[in-house]
Design a protein around this ligand. Structure first.
Ligand SMILES: [Zn+2]
Length: 409
């Protein structure tokens, strides 16, 4: 019934996805008002009246629509972000990034894969549930948030803190293909991120006097510290079945010294570590200090210190939804029915709004199951499969129906 309803509206759904792409919402600068106006008009047109707009600042609106079930039960949040990355260098695009073009079964345009295709699919999935009067024991909470691509302050962070968003489980429609087919993976885990600096002190002085007076060159010391840490740093973690190890990127940025004529007095490098469930900031700090202590012991004159970035850059925790969660079974069942096969369970490589919804608001959040390919996001000639948008709408509506059927294993 719902699948038929959606099949009848293929052209409408694709037209709406195209309209979202044609309405710019790049972040920076960050202003979702125009795209939210399109979303609100479409919700009205589809008979989903009564959406709420919640905003920390008026130009950063979030849309929240509740489809109330006939029976009480859990709240399933279907969530997508309405902002995109900026265009960047437009000369690499073969089409106008704001002019949706369908070619070879794909919809091209900025934000098509990340994630306006999924937003359109979630809205139509909700409309299908409503129009087919699908019995629901619990509510579908449709959340289209702002500001995923930059600070999250006006979107998932605002909703998780000041607004007080509540749901029992959330699904983000981030693109879940990587280099294979669309819907290749169902991502249950989102790695965390920890950012910090290692700072090395030297003696800032006239470089012509370093043969006569004691001096320490902070840049040379930094090179030594960076090389040793990259060889010797050992992190404490437990390998996860969906993701074997954290990533360690030391020296993602290096700064130091003043210039010719000056012995460098200060140098530092930034580093980021993508963490696994079970890792803690305290343990990570102990691992880093242990490594630095070994370097200090071998260089008695060395002054080196560790400084974590300000929150939340210092520690955005990893998140994970159990493979046993009933929504996972509902999504796999929906995939089997619509695609004819089951996506592999996996860990999402990048950061998502799960870091707020899950870690701050306490809503277990599946970070990614959506049309498109993650490797095309944030780059030129971004596109999403046309058929995948329709399939996503079908799978979201079926999974909601199953999850909110009132039956629990
Ligand atoms: Zn995204």
């Amino acid at each position: 019934m719902m699948l038929h309803w959606l099949e009848q509206r293929r052209e409408e759904l694709l037209r709406f996805a195209g309209e979202l792409v044609a309405t710019p919402s790049p972040n920076l600068p960050g202003d979702e008002r125009a795209v939210v106006a399109i979303i609100l008009a479409e919700l009205e047109r589809l008979g989903l009246a009564g959406a709420e707009v919640a905003a920390k600042e008026p130009h950063r609106p979030n849309v929240i629509f509740r489809l109330q079930g006939q029976q009480p039960g859990p709240v399933l949040m279907l969530c997508g972000h309405s902002d995109t990355k900026p265009v960047g260098d437009a000369t690499h695009w073969r089409t106008d990034p704001f002019q949706p073009v369908i070619r070879d079964g794909k919809l091209f345009g900025l934000g098509s894969t990340d994630m306006k295709g999924a937003v359109a699919a979630m809205i139509y999935a909700t409309a299908a549930l409503k129009h087919c009067e699908t019995p629901l024991a619990g509510d579908v909470l449709l959340v289209i948030n702002a500001d995923e691509e930059r600070s999250m302050r006006f979107g998932s962070e605002f909703l998780s803190t000041e607004y007080g968003l509540r749901a029992d489980v959330a699904l983000l429609g981030e693109p879940s293909g990587i280099d294979g087919p669309e819907f290749e993976f169902l991502h249950l885990l989102s790695r965390g991120i920890s950012c910090f600096k290692i700072r090395v002190h030297g003696t800032q002085m006239h470089s012509s006097l370093t043969d006569r007076l004691p001096s320490i060159n902070a840049n040379v010391q930094l090179a030594e510290v960076l090389a040793r840490m990259s060889r010797e740093l050992r992190l404490t973690f437990q390998s996860h079945p969906l993701c074997s190890a954290p990533t360690v990127n030391l020296g993602v940025k290096i700064e130091g010294g003043v210039g010719y004529g000056v012995c460098p007095g200060l140098a530092e490098f930034q580093s980021d570590i993508r963490t696994l469930p079970g890792m803690t900031r305290q343990q990570l700090e102990a691992d880093l200090e242990r490594c630095l202590d070994a370097i200090r012991r071998d260089n008695p004159g060395l002054r080196v210190e560790l400084e974590f970035e300000q929150p939340a850059l210092d520690w955005t925790p990893p998140t994970e939804v159990s493979a046993e969660h009933p929504l996972v079974a509902a999504l796999l069942g929906a995939a089997e029915q619509v695609l004819g096969w089951r996506p592999k369970l996996c860990a999402f490589p990048g950061g998502t709004d799960a870091s707020k919804f899950h870690a701050v608001a306490g809503i277990p959040t599946i970070p990614s199951f959506g049309p498109g390919w993650l490797n095309l996001a944030h780059g030129p000639n971004e596109c999403v499969g046309v058929e995948a948008i329709i399939q996503a709408a079908k799978m979201y509506s079926l999974a909601a129906q199953t999850y909110l059927s009132g039956a629990r294993p």
